[in-house]
Structures are given as structure tokens and as C-alpha cells.
Design a protein around this ligand. Structure first.
Ligand code: UDP
Length: 328
């Protein structure tokens, strides 16, 4: 049985990857320090013989006994609010964490796929974003800790590929949504749905003219799976090119949930990208991949998930409390 290590296993994307690899018949080792992840997302896997879980911070030396065939590095805070609160951990997991996992991959002769992001393009000056665009990132802005850690992650991954001949893959993930997103992580999909379900007004930041392009999680996982098993070593955008303004998106959520709440406007966060849309020509060509689930279907499924949460979860305090995780 082939063995795969998935970091960030208790998070949104990590948990869906665990499910996929279990379904494909792998032995899955999930790793997470649970700083932003939640064991609830993978609880259903603990009864399986071919699933193991290590509570570990990958910024520290990573040891896994025995052989390992694949590593998928998905550990990282991934919402602007999280990385404002835990900027140093965000930098460490993308840099030191990636270095540790590349070292592990080299030691085990495993293929490694790392999760990069559309944030490497920053507030992009070309549209839509192609993989050969170098980006427009403010290194010292509030998003810099995430963006630069991810840019460093890509560099060190390519360096291991070039100098150590390591088998590496890099996926640039655009905005993704679906079941198991953290309700209060501040990202726009759970923010709007949570507000609608609680009977609160929907908070649009800025004038709502900024755009995003939302990909349903199942489509993203399929793209990542194909990339891992392809022989393409350069970064590949995976996302849904269907672009919408945040203002129009708020109206869609109001319609979908049937809430009679209205939209209220709040200041636009610093360095919030004005536009974002993936050019997925590369993924189409190399992976024969494109998204299949449109936003109306994906949002319906996502709403069902959020509706299934308990009252306690729905009303839990605004954002995750990181105070118990004091180490920087
Ligand atoms: N946003 C918003 N209201 C919210 C949360 C987010 O208008 O309650 C906006 C945010 O300013 C950004 C967009 O929605 O322009 C997407 O934000 P998110 O944090 O989901 O992801 P990212 O900015 O990293 O793409």
C-alpha cells in the first residue's frame, strides 16, 4: 500500500485531500498542529486502519517512520485574519516547514507537492493571471507574511528539484470554497453565509467592486490529484475562472439563503487585491483539467454544510482564539 503524508490534514483542503487519498486506497498519515485546523474535519477517518494522525508543527523537524511515497504540504494559516494574528507562524510554516518537508522528501525519496497560492501574484497588474506573471506583492504589508512565505516556498522547492533532483510539484490555488471551511475565519464565503444564517447584515469591504473567482473544493482536489501524478514540475494555476464582484456575490448569497438582511459597507483592508481570475490554460493543457461544478451548485452544497452546524458553532465568538498557542 502506497503511503502519503498530508500536512494541514485537519484543515479545509487537507481534510478533503485525506478523504480522496483514502478513497484511492492509500495509507494516509495526516499531520497538523491544530492551530487553525479542527479534528472534527477528520474524525470520521480515525477508525480506519490505513489512517494515522500526528499532532505536530512542521516548522520543527519532521520525522515519519518507515517509507513514504508522497508528501502534500498543505499546512498554513490561509485567511487574511489568521495571518494578521499569527504572522510569525505563517512565515515559519511556509519557509522552515517547507524546508523540513523537502528534507524529509529527499530522505524518503518521495515526491512532494506544495500548496502555493494566487497570492504570489499580489495585487495583480495583469488579468487574468498566468503562471509566468511575476506578481505585485508588498513585502511589508499585512499580507506580506503569507505572500512572501509562499514565494519563498516556491523558490526552495524549485531549488530542491534542480539541485537535489527531487520530484516536486507546485499548485497555485485560487479562492476555493466548500464544506469544512471555518465559519469564522473571516473569508468571504463563510462570512457571508454565517451572517445570512444568523440574520445579520452582510459586510462588503470597500465598494464591492473588487473581484474574485471561486472554485468548488471537489474541483480543486481533482486538479491537485492530477498534478501530483503528472510529470509537470512548474507551477500550475488551479481555480475556477468564473469571476464575480464581491458586491454581486453578496447579492447572490442573499438570494440563495432567502435572508431579508441587507448589505453594509466596511473599509477595504490594506492591500486587498482589486481583481483575481486564474488563467487555467496550463491546467487544461497539461492536466486535461477544468472545473465542473458551477457556483450555484457549489454554493448550494456549501450552504447545506453550514446549515448542518449546531447553534453553538454558528454563534461561536468571531474568530479563533490563538492565545493558547503562544509560541512564536
Ligand atoms: N470580503 C468582504 N466581506 C467579508 C470578508 C471578505 O467584502 O466579510 C472581501 C475581501 O475584502 C476580499 C474578498 O472579499 O476582497 C475575498 O476575501 P477573502 O478573505 O475570502 O480572500 P482573499 O482576499 O484572500 O481572496
Amino acid at each position: 500500500m502506497k503511503k502519503v503524508l498530508i500536512t494541514g490534514a485537519a484543515g479545509f483542503l487537507g481534510s478533503h485531500l485525506c478523504d480522496r487519498f483514502i478513497k484511492e486506497g492509500y495509507h494516509v498519515i495526516g499531520m497538523d498542529n491544530l492551530i487553525t485546523g479542527d479534528l472534527k474535519n477528520i474524525e470520521h477517518l480515525f477508525k480506519l486502519k490505513n489512517f494515522e494522525f500526528y499532532n505536530h508543527d512542521v516548522s520543527k523537524f519532521v520525522h515519519v517512520p518507515g517509507n513514504l511515497d508522497y508528501i502534500l504540504h498543505f499546512a498554513s494559516p490561509a485567511s487574511p485574519i489568521d495571518y494578521l494574528k499569527i504572522p510569525i507562524q505563517t512565515l515559519k510554516v511556509g519557509s522552515l516547514g517547507t524546508h523540513n518537508l523537502l528534507g524529509l522528501a529527499k530522505e524518503k525519496n518521495a515526491r512532494i507537492l506544495i500548496a502555493s497560492t494566487s497570492e504570489v501574484y499580489g495585487d495583480p497588474l495583469i488579468h487574468p493571471q498566468t503562471e509566468d506573471y511575476y506578481g505585485n506583492v508588498n513585502t511589508i504589508g499585512p499580507r506580506g507574511v503569507y505572500d512572501e512565505a509562499k514565494r519563498f516556498q516556491e523558490s526552495i522547492t524549485m531549488a530542491y528539484h534542480t539541485y537535489h533532483k527531487l520530484e516536486t510539484r507546485i499548485v497555485r490555488i485560487f479562492n476555493t470554497y466548500g464544506p469544512r471551511m471555518r465559519l469564522n475565519d473571516g473569508r468571504v464565503v463563510p462570512a457571508f453565509i454565517g451572517q445570512a444564517l444568523r440574520g445579520e447584515d452582510l459586510t462588503v469591504f470597500g465598494d464591492g467592486s473588487q473581484t474574485r473567482s471561486f472554485c468548488y473544493v471537489d474541483d480543486l482536489i481533482e486538479g491537485i490529484y492530477r498534478l501530483l501524478f503528472s510529470d509537470y514540475v512548474y507551477p500550475v494555476n488551479i481555480g475556477n475562472p468564473n469571476e464575480i464582484t464581491i458586491g454581486d456575490f453578496a447579492e447572490e448569497i442573499i438570494k440563495l439563503t432567502g435572508t431579508d438582511q441587507k448589505v453594509i459597507y466596511k473599509p477595504l483592508p490594506v492591500n486587498d487585491p482589486l481583481q483575481r481570475q486564474p488563467d487555467i490554460s496550463k491546467a487544461k493543457e497539461v492536466l486535461k483539467w477544468e472545473p465542473k461544478i458551477d457556483r450555484s451548485e457549489g454554493m448550494k452544497r456549501t450552504l447545506e454544510y453550514f446549515k448542518s452546524l449546531s447553534e453553538e458553532e454558528l454563534y461561536r465568538s468571531e474568530h479563533k482564539d490563538f492565545s493558547s498557542y503562544s509560541e512564536q
